[in-house]
Design a protein around this ligand. Structure first.
Ligand code: ADP
Length: 399
């Protein structure tokens, strides 16, 4: 039981908690280890529609009903209050929606922290601070809508400019002297970069508001990685770099035949290719000498891709920001090489779409390794899902 309400020796006698809480615009909710609500501020009532006198004493799960951004109820163990109570750590959530007493879904940002009583330093409950972020979400949606429309509209004229420049550079179409060709080639390269920027902008705007199209299928990651390394080899060799795909741990030779483990995952093949291609391209781009090694490993439940380079590396202070939109490490190499700073942002959004994780370990001057973890399916699961997929696609299975 929480010792809430017992004044401490150091607490001024006139301190009125109810009064103080009513001055806070964010809702404050105190939940004990018994899962019941012990305190419910006025702002919490305004957000949820539950009067404090009714909410206090009830199980938090019946008052603070939460869903994900698509309106799917949170699994009980993933409710931020349940997580904070279980782990005794601070849980932040700004993606969920709160279902008010009247059933309206309100976007909220929530921080739930354990309350530690001085006796034994044991957490005896959790304190949640919730804020209605409807206005911020609306603003965010307007912004991404604008970026989507603008980048979509601008792609058409840019594609036309790119096409005309390519035509002008074609000796069978136009006569251009060497100087003119040199200038036109620069214009063509810049237009291609601009066009890529608009594609990336459009993709990131879609990723931000959950509109990224995804058609997941069962794929075998090893096959995709082999194809990506094969196509990247030419560019790597032009820079004098070695690009190789390392057969995964667990590879075996049986009866003279190499048997490698299969890593099945359930993802959109186009989207995962986009991510892996971006990481391999970056590894080549930010490496002047040495090698880029692509490896696939994992355990029974995780497939792990590693893309390791011997390039310029990433300073420690930049690593936490690397997956943010437009973030580029500022050094002479990144300044001279073009880039949008959107590739890793988009990659992270895609990986999260499939409940995976992406991160990097790096040392300046030595190189970087990018890691991707994805939930792995057993061969039996993959086979079963493939059968189901086939039967729903075939005309017989789809009456
Ligand atoms: P871009 O490469 O277009 O700038 P990304 O989002 O793909 O954008 O990468 C963001 C930044 O991360 C890059 O600008 C670069 O500074 C850094 N970075 C990414 N990959 C590597 C790598 N393999 N080695 C060193 N730095 C990298």
């Amino acid at each position: 039981m929480l010792g809430f309400g017992k004044p401490r020796a150091s607490q001024p006698a006139e301190l009125n908690t109810e009064f103080l809480l009513s001055a806070i615009v964010d809702g404050v909710v105190l939940v004990g280890e018994d899962n019941t609500i012990h305190l419910f501020s006025q702002a919490a009532s305004s957000i949820t529609g539950w009067p404090a006198q009714e909410a206090v004493g009830l199980d938090f799960r019946s008052v603070l009903v939460m869903t994900d951004e698509h309106g799917q109820p949170y699994p009980p163990e993933l409710h931020p209050f349940a997580q904070a109570l279980r782990t005794h750590s601070t849980i932040k959530d700004s993606k969920g929606l709160l279902s008010t007493r009247s059933g309206k879904l309100v976007p909220i940002s929530l921080i739930v922290s354990p309350v530690i009583e001085d006796v034994n330093s044991m957490a005896t409950g959790v304190l949640g601070v919730l804020r209605d972020i409807t206005a911020e979400k609306l603003e965010e949606n307007r912004r991404s809508e604008f970026v989507s429309t603008a980048s979509h509209e601008m792609r058409t004229p840019i594609a036309a400019i790119e096409g005309y420049l390519a035509l002008t550079l074609n000796p069978r179409v136009a006569n251009v002297d060497a100087r003119g060709r040199n200038l036109l080639e620069k214009a063509h390269t810049a237009t291609k970069q601009l066009s890529q920027l608009f594609v990336d902008l459009l993709t990131s705007a879609k990723a931000e508001d959950g509109r990224l199209a995804s058609y997941p299928k069962i794929i075998e990651l090893g096959e995709v990685l082999e194809q990506i390394t094969d196509t990247g080899r030419f560019i790597a060799q032009k820079k004098g770099l070695e690009l190789k795909y390392v057969l995964s741990a667990g590879t075996d030779v049986r009866g003279g035949r190499v048997v490698r483990p299969l890593f099945y995952v359930y993802v959109d093949p186009g989207r995962i290719r986009e991510v892996l291609q971006n990481l391999v391209d970056n590894a080549i781009k930010y490496t002047n000498e040495g090698s880029v090694i692509v490896a696939l490993t994992g355990d029974s439940s995780v497939a792990q891709v590693q893309i390791k380079d011997t390039g310029i590396g990433i300073p420690e202070e930049d690593i936490p920001h690397l997956f943010q939109k437009f973030y580029r490490v500022d050094n002479s190499m990144t300044r001279s090489l073009g880039g949008t700073g959107l590739g890793l942002f988009i990659s992270q959004k895609i990986i999260e779409l499939y409940n995976g994780r992406i991160w990097v370990e790096s040392q300046v001057g030595k190189g970087s390794t990018f890691f991707i973890n994805l939930p792995r399916l057993t061969s039996e699961q993959a086979l079963q899902m493939q059968k189901t997929e086939a039967s729903t696609l075939s005309p017989l299975g789809n009456p």
